[in-house]
Design a protein around this ligand. Sequence first.
Ligand SMILES: Cc1cc2nc3c(=O)[nH]c(=O)nc-3n(C[C@H](O)[C@H](O)[C@H](O)COP(=O)(O)OP(=O)(O)OC[C@H]3O[C@@H](n4cnc5c(N)ncnc54)[C@H](O)[C@@H]3O)c2cc1C
Length: 451
Amino acid sequence: MQDIDVDVVVVGAGGAGLVAALAATDAGASAVVLEKEERPGGNTAASTGSVPGAGSRWQAEAGIEDSPERLAADLLRQSGPHDAEDLVTTLATVSAPLVEWLVDKHSVDLRLITDYKHVGHSVPRLHAPPSRKGHALVADLLRAAKAADVEVLTHSPVDRLVVEDGQVRGVVVSGDRSGTYTLRSRAVVLAANGFGANREMLRQFAPQAVGLEYLGAHGSTGEAVRWLLDLGASMANAEAFQGYAAVASPHGSITSWTTVEHGGILIDGRGRRIGDESVGYSGFAPAVSGAEPPVHVIFDTGIRDSVAAHEEEFADLLAAGGVKEAADVAELAQVTGADADELARTLDAARAAAAGEASDVFGRTEWGRGPLKPPYAAVRAIPALFHTQGGVRVDEHARVLGQSGPIPGVYATGGVAAGISGRAGGAGYSSGNGLLSALGLGLLAGRHAAG
Ligand SMILES: Cc1cc2nc3c(=O)[nH]c(=O)nc-3n(C[C@H](O)[C@H](O)[C@H](O)COP(=O)(O)OP(=O)(O)OC[C@H]3O[C@@H](n4cnc5c(N)ncnc54)[C@H](O)[C@@H]3O)c2cc1C
């Protein structure tokens, strides 16, 4: 083998790539991270930065009993059976050590969220920056990368893999600013996320997501998945994605799903309920996509105020005028443009179901704080695609699997790899699955690649 330039090349400077580089340097290897965009962060910066850690010491301090087995059981309940169930166990097992390593070894500020349970989880177990903004997570990871002498090169789009005798031995970078050059390495970690920004790949692999507006980072264009398919890898859980049923329009920020978990409902342009909202924000996105617009999330001012007190992004939406208030049903009909009689019938039926006086026509049984009470609050909402979850099959070290075992020299993380959200489009996604498969596989890949 010719001389190498660096031990581990990482493609993509989001959470997965930065974690992979830190894990590799912790194990004594040198690492370079290549990012095609002008700044690092990718989808990780756009996220709320919430990472599951099942059995973490902060859970123990808060008296929350949890374990990798419990996390795996929760994730599989939400996803249903799928193509990568071994990966669920692998990632559930690494989840708490991942969060503790980030905090203890690299001073990443992550705190256990105890004020609500996330979609798909039976106990509070997500850990997030205090601001609940992914930017803060990325800033901490970049600081740690700098301290570990990891070079992060922006404006550096990787164009293809260097493959010799069936082994991946580096990458070719080709960009307007970087020019074209080859970087040779012992291992390449593909942390380039999925194909949410690539319509053609969505049509091919995740057709349920095609009608949703893509609100993730621009860099998720799927080329890393293509390179691996060309090398003989195969897709698993290809259809899966994280959707969001209620992006505030026109503000573009998310309408916290806590408003719905506390008892809110979603109505269509005429004022009719759309379905059982308790399937979660991701699973509900296709239903919103098929509904008569404009769709609104309806809750009450009590819910509004309590969510705004806990969630900065929702407080920002409120301050920006994205949450309308209505004293009664007639005013709510005006605010939303819905038919007043239809809306009154909808609210009556929802109230009766939430009070336990009648069964819900859509089968919803969880109503949070119970029936909504006037004054009401409403947010106009559109459905969106945040990221794709399916990708290529990997083993327990994040090595990419070809037709006869791991393809030497190449690892996949996050949206490049098979995710843990099943095969049911947006319905199998549990909160935190995106960052768990990104950061968890990043840690495993970086460690193994260094070895
Ligand atoms: C609004 C929103 C909220 C979310 N909230 C959460 C949450 O709280 N918890 C959770 O688990 N998930 C959440 N997600 C999903 C989560 O953001 C992603 O699953 C996760 O960030 C993926 O991390 P990553 O490092 O794999 O990818 P990214 O962070 O997207 O990083 C990949 C990087 O690779 C770069 N890249 C791509 N191709 C190339 C190339 N050829 N050459 C060089 N660079 C390349 C991209 O530009 C990008 O910067 C959310 C997503 C959104 C949009």
